[in-house]
Design a protein around this ligand. Structure first.
Ligand SMILES: C[S@@+](CC[C@H](N)C(=O)[O-])C[C@H]1O[C@@H](n2cnc3c(N)ncnc32)[C@H](O)[C@@H]1O
Length: 211
């Protein structure tokens, strides 16, 4: 999908995401996931700042989203919650940071939106420091056969209306990426996953010896 219509689609949803932040929907999952962010945090696809109420106050955040309206709401949320954050209005799929830039990378409900979620997961691997953490709360295809069938049928409609895929097998995507999963919880008939992961480093830096 072309970027501008997709960004507009999310711009229009910004008031809805702000309302959800204020109502603290998914509070228990967000609290559980976000107990331990440390140091310099990258939050991708920050939306209206739904995670900011749960961050410890000492972290320094870089928050990215390609929707200017979402960023506007997220700035208000950072201010309300006393979070020190720098904001970037950018497309995560076209963005690059130097290797090992962040202590913690946070992504909640974002893998449903990317064109190439596998490539984004592998970027997290690169951007996260070796002893850092990657914290994910993602939704996708249910483990319930009837529900997953319905999700597959409704996928193209969901993409057209809200810009999010419903038919992604999130755990398969994460398992196939370079990330190392340390802990995982699944909820809502296997549609929602909380994942605590760490990067896998070193494989590419082993020099090949010529004999
Ligand atoms: C379903 S919302 C989730 C927002 C927030 N993370 C949350 O947990 O409520 C998806 C967000 O991802 C953003 N997004 C989608 N694709 C993106 C991309 N390629 N680059 C940056 N932001 C993106 C949208 O603008 C939107 O704010």
């Amino acid at each position: 999908m072309e970027r501008t219509p997709l960004i507009r689609k999310f711009d229009k949803q910004a008031p809805h995401y702000e309302k959800r932040r204020k109502e603290q929907t998914q509070k228990v999952w967000r609290e559980t996931l976000l107990r331990s962010p440390q140091g310099h945090v990258l939050e991708v696809a920050v939306g209206a700042g739904a995670n900011f109420p749960y961050y410890p106050k000492h972290v320094e955040v870089t928050a990215v989203d390609f929707s200017p309206e979402m960023i506007r709401k997220a700035k208000e949320a950072a201010h309300e919650n006393g979070i020190q954050a720098k904001f970037m209005t950018s497309d995560i799929e076209r963005l690059s940071f130097p290797e090992n830039s962040f202590d913690t990378i946070i992504s909640t409900l974002s893998l449903c939106g990317y064109q190439n979620p596998s490539a984004v997961l592998n970027q997290f691997n690169q951007w996260c420091k070796e002893d850092g953490a990657i914290l994910l709360m993602e939704h996708g295809l249910s483990s319930h056969p009837l529900l997953s069938r319905l999700q597959r049928i409704l996928d193209s409609l969901a993409v057209r209306v809200v810009g999010c895929h419903q038919n992604r097998d999130i755990m398969q995507l994460i398992h196939a990426s370079k990330l190392i999963i340390e802990k995982q919880e699944s909820h809502r008939l296997g549609m929602v996953h909380l994942v605590w992961a760490r990067p896998q480093k070193g494989m590419n830096s082993i020099p090949i010896l010529e004999i």
